[in-house]
Design a protein around this ligand. Structure first.
Ligand code: LLP
Length: 417
């Protein structure tokens, strides 16, 4: 459920008319609904009411400070994968003790920054990383809390690019080798072993792969506890899918009850790293139709938002629903909605039935709150879009549209030219 609905023939974000936002800030623009973000967070939080747990929102999905602050206000922590994400989360006021740090390529400076900031734990993705974190912690006189990110070799049955928990993936430590790494970690003076972690993939539409992974982790947990190591946290990553088109992902409540059933006797504090599930349907991208080219080989609707703004359709062939901001088109056509970028792969919609848009029409691309703005770029020297958050009947710009000067910020022509 989200709060982008029609009132009569006009699309609203909560109680704000989309056209009013575009009139104030222009297009393309990302629009987030605070009520939807809160609703999704609470659904996830309530789903785990029977278990001690922390929701560490996965910053990569949408890292805007306003989004982070919305979840922090509700008691959320964060899952980060870079020093930049830590910086954002701290700027938004996160409690460092609710920060978990994942990712296969943590740099020395990023590790030191996280240690100095006092984060809860690092999710260790390789043997070498364990040693590196131990060394840096020793050098700066801190103890590093860790979990080992285990690769449980479970197929999440999702898009190959966002499958992470199979043996062939670059992520985590193979579950068969995890025990020996716990043994090694136990011998490292600057390491405090806190947990076991896994994340198997994204946009999962079934609960069973999560349960399969937990079953494997439980065997590992027995082994680790058998070595006299006191494990406190079980971090189950993110990955619960959302409805973009006609998928029927499990509700957070179903996901919660299956996982709690599987983990109830373990005496562990659960950590989750949801991204998409919290923000995906809480955001839309609104663009404007610049031109239409009809009837030749194909129908094209050319809009002012492109793959630099929303990369998912080009990158993964992802489906995003399309809604006219005013429902006053004359019938439907079969066609593509494309952006201004000079690439044939620059499409937001491919060969679908769409409203018969005219020049000037505003078009909402739905479910764009996750991996939308965060994956946007300046390709073709296009300033990145503005971001707006709506709360009931009011809205505020939460990131200014980039200006032309922003495009060349930090660049210089060398003295020899
Ligand atoms: N934790 C870890 C360690 C992750 O790698 C990810 C996502 C998450 C949590 C959050 O997963 P979520 O709950 O959002 O599924 N750009 C792709 C998705 C990439 C996901 C990467 N990792 C897309 O647009 O579909």
């Amino acid at each position: 459920m989200h709060h982008f609905q029609y009132k009569g023939e006009e699309l609203f974000a909560e109680d704000v008319a989309i056209k009013d936002i575009v009139a104030a800030v222009g297009s393309p623009v990302y629009i987030y609904s605070k009520a939807t973000l809160e609703r999704h967070y609470k659904a996830m939080d309530d789903a785990f009411a029977q278990a001690p747990h922390t929701i560490c929102y996965s910053v990569k999905a949408n890292s805007n400070l306003a989004v982070l602050k919305t979840f922090i206000n509700l008691g959320g922590g964060v899952d980060i994968v870079s020093g930049g994400e830590l910086y954002r989360a701290l700027a938004a006021g996160v409690d460092p003790k609710k920060v978990v740090y994942s990712g296969v390529g943590k740099r020395d400076d990023e590790i030191a920054y996280a240690l100095e900031s006092g984060i809860l734990m690092f999710n260790i993705e390789s043997e070498q990383e364990l040693d590196r974190i131990s060394d840096i912690a020793g050098r700066i006189g801190k103890k590093a809390g860790i979990a080992i990110r285990v690769n449980p070799d479970v197929d999440p049955q999702t898009h190959p690019y966002i499958t992470t928990g199979l043996k062939k993936a670059k992520f985590g430590i193979n579950i068969e080798r995890a025990l020996e790494q716990y043994q090694r970690a136990k011998g490292l003076a600057n390491i405090e072993i806190l947990g076991i972690d896994c994340h198997i993939g994204s946009q999962l539409t079934k609960v069973s792969p999560f349960v399969d992974a937990i079953k494997k982790l439980k065997r590992l947990l027995d082994g680790v506890r058998g070595m006299g190591i006191d494990i406190k946290y079980l971090d189950l990553g993110g990955g619960l899918g959302i409805q973009y088109d006609d998928e029927a992902p499990p509700l957070p409540a179903d996901y919660g009850s299956s996982i709690q059933e599987e983990t109830k006797d373990l005496g562990l504090h659960l950590i989750f790293e949801p991204g998409r599930n919290l923000v995906g349907n809480a955001g839309i991208l609104v663009g404007k139709c610049l031109y239409t080219k009809k009837g030749e080989e194909k129908n094209f609707v050319i809009v002012d938002a492109g793959m630099n703004d929303l990369a998912r359709p080009s990158l993964y062939g992802s489906f995003h629903g399309v809604r006219p901001v005013f429902r006053n088109q004359d019938g439907v056509i079969e066609g593509d909605i494309v952006g201004p970028i000079c690439e044939s792969g620059d499409f937001l919609v491919k060969e679908r039935e769409i409203p018969n848009f005219r020049q000037g029409d505003l078009i909402a691309f739905m479910s764009a709150g996750a991996y939308g703005f965060t994956m946007s770029s300046n390709y073709n020297s296009r300033p990145r879009a503005a971001e707006v958050m709506v709360d009931g009947g009011k809205f505020e710009v939460v990131r200014d549209r980039e200006k032309l000067e922003d495009l060349v910020r930090g660049e210089r022509v060398p003295s020899f030219l």
